[in-house]
Design a protein around this ligand. Structure first.
Ligand SMILES: [Cu+2]
Length: 153
């Protein structure tokens, strides 16, 4: 039985969208980049702070067929991104997922992602003892000027 299904928890979570704090990892300001018609992928961004050494090991969303953890790097003066299996989160050190850096990639979008939508994401974390925890968040949708293209997939 999931504690996240408890009605009171849902109500509380609604008021804490901008800064959702769980026992292990704090998720702040999650947002997803808006898409245009026919666009099949987009990025999700947020600030993650783990209370103890942990890692982000995956994510899912009802709006995408596939969700991956990606890293952008500069190679030969060209921005490239690649999938990484996990993202390490050292205790109490905020890790920013942001355009041009780490991000969560939503691939195979089932619909257009419009500004002001709320996108559900389930993040999977693992602590150093191997305990796994899923965290449900709602990310707001925003536009971004001058972001990177994802056509290199
Ligand atoms: Cu990507």
């Amino acid at each position: 039985m999931s504690i996240f299904r408890h009605p009171l928890t849902v109500v509380l979570a609604t008021f804490m969208i901008a800064s959702v704090s769980y026992a292990q990892v704090m998720v702040q300001n999650p947002w997803v980049r808006a898409t245009v018609a026919q666009q099949t992928s987009t990025g999700a961004f947020m600030l993650l702070t783990a209370k103890s050494d942990s890692k982000l090991i995956g994510a899912t969303s009802t709006v995408a067929d596939q969700v991956e953890i990606h890293k952008m790097t500069m190679e030969d003066e060209v921005m490239k991104m690649r999938q990484i299996p996990e993202l390490a989160l050292a205790a109490n050190q905020p890790v920013a997922l942001k355009p041009g850096g780490y991000h969560i990639m939503l691939i195979g979008l089932k619909r257009q992602i419009n500004v002001a939508d709320s996108i559900p994401l389930t993040l999977s974390f693992e602590d150093k003892d191997g305990n796994r925890r899923q965290v449900d968040i709602q990310a707001t949708v925003r536009t971004l000027q001058g972001g990177h293209s994802h056509k290199s997939h």
